[in-house]
Design a protein around this ligand. Structure first.
Ligand code: AMP
Length: 448
């Protein structure tokens, strides 16, 4: 399928060609025609699948159509109006205050990423106005952006609620609402904020929800917000990760884990790495340790001021940084094609975060390596991850750094039972357990 067959405006296909895209990805091919036809959407699509363009392109199409209509109306109302006499219809009138498109995203980083995509794909849309409203940055510039005419607003729920509460933002002209990574927003406790925001938008809007899972609360939210939605499952959570090689190294203890990390970071194939830790404190500590060892490294986590986080990401993009030590929330949405390695130094709290983590590499068709350094106490989580992804992660060793202890007793010897059709992770209590055994026998649960 080609972008031409999606009947996108030439203004958009030109931007796609400029970005080097030749054909739509799977999720784009499914979602774009339905979105252009005005359908509500319920989309599960892995990170890195091109999902952002699958809603940004239909959003931009709406804006272009509105621009064309306004131009036609101006023309029809005659030359007097064109010369500035008579009642002028301008985008600055109150009737067009507030965005036509609203995108909600769970984190600042993801919101910035969507914002960049909107500006990139909309680079030839005349006078496109995109604003981003996220927490952790001063209010002034956001208020100025909200006061003026606006096409697309991309926001994290908390800060948007602040602006709604103070009457500085109005959503009465929203034609299309997108909830990106809806499951994450609910995990982060945004359910009430989301409902308040949705209530401030017109009922007849078009709504698209993107989420890894549509079970439980997120499914109920979808049922409330969407009208006769089209369900799109672009690919399983990991099918699309063909470009990412995964490896598991068993570490005997903390020192061994550090030795493995040090070795991997000095591999010649390593261009740039994101090293994940479980806590913000670990991220700072490990970044300090790697800095002392001579690496160009920085940490990135939610406890840092936004200005510093932005500078760190710029450093990564400009390749001044070779290693980023990050926590899950802060690293979501990072899209830097030169990240060759993702290293799980501390395991994620949730199995779906593993999928998000490894999706930081193997971007834009490049190959990537995702290495997990696990101690025996991590064996329960390792099994849950493999069950969730329905993939076995090959165990690897490094010459001279082989573990002295034998591998943990294996749930791993048993087939990894597929998680069924639903994308959703199982609640921890219902995790797959070999008959008659519990995970506590395979090793204690990690203490975090
Ligand atoms: P996303 O899943 O939206 O975060 O996109 C992942 C990456 O794929 C980004 O680097 C996009 O620039 C890139 N991308 C999106 N659509 C296409 C496409 N049709 N062809 C090639 N790359 C794409």
């Amino acid at each position: 399928m080609s972008f031409e067959s999606l009947n996108l405006n030439e203004v958009l296909t030109r931007a796609l060609s400029a970005a080097g895209y030749t054909e739509p990805t799977e999720v784009q091919a499914s979602a774009i025609p339905a979105a252009l036809a005005g359908k509500d959407l319920m989309v599960s699509s892995r990170t890195g699948s091109g999902k952002t363009a699958s809603f940004v392109l239909p959003a931009l199409t709406r804006i272009l159509a509105q621009r064309e209509q306004a131009a036609a109306e101006r023309k029809a109302s005659g030359p007097a109006n064109a010369q500035g006499n008579g009642p002028r219809v301008t985008p600055f009138s109150n009737a067009t205050r507030g965005p036509r498109i609203l995108v909600l995203a769970p984190t600042r980083e993801l919101a910035m990423q969507v914002s960049k995509a909107a500006s990139d794909y909309g680079r030839f849309v005349p006078g496109l106005r995109v604003a981003t409203v996220v927490g952790g940055v001063p209010y002034g510039a956001q208020l100025a952006a909200l006061r003026g005419p606006l096409d697309i607003l991309i926001a994290t729920p908390g800060r948007l609620i602040d602006h709604l509460g103070s009457g500085k933002c109005q959503l009465g002209n929203v034609e299309m609402l997108v909830l990106d990574e809806a499951d994450r927003m609910l995990d982060m406790g945004f359910i009430d904020d989301i409902r308040l925001i949705v209530d401030a938008t017109p009922k007849q809007r078009q709504t698209a929800m993107y989420s890894a899972t549509f079970s439980g609360t997120v499914g109920r939210l979808a049922a409330d917000l969407l009208r006769d939605p089209l369900r799109i499952e672009a690919s399983s959570q990991t099918e699309g990760h063909a470009d990412i090689e995964q490896r598991l190294h068993w570490a005997d203890d903390f020192e061994h884990k550090n030795a493995l990390l040090d070795h991997i970071l000095t591999e010649r194939s390593m261009e740039q790495a994101v090293v994940f830790t479980s806590t913000q404190r670990d991220a700072d500590w490990l970044a300090d340790r790697l800095h002392d060892m001579g690496h160009s490294v920085a940490s990135l986590h939610g406890g840092m001021p936004q200005g510093r986080r932005t500078r760190v990401l710029q450093g990564l993009r400009s390749k001044h940084l070779r290693v980023l030590v990050a926590t899950d929330v802060a690293a979501r949405g990072i899209d830097v094609p030169s990240i060759s390695h993702v290293i799980n130094y501390g395991l994620p709290m949730k199995e779906e975060d593993y999928v998000h983590r490894i999706g930081r590499t193997g971007r834009a068709g490049r190959a990537g390596l995702a290495v997990t350094l696990a101690e025996r106490r991590d064996s329960g989580m390792m099994h849950r991850i493999q069950r969730y992804t329905t993939q076995r992660i090959p165990v690897a060793t490094i010459e001279g750094l082989e573990p002295k202890r034998s591998e943990p007793p294996k749930p791993f010897d048993r087939p990894v039972r597929p998680a069924g059709k639903s994308f959703g992770p199982r609640p921890a209590g219902k995790a797959f357990k070999p008959a008659g055994k519990t995970f506590s026998k395979a090793g204690p649960r990690p203490a975090r």
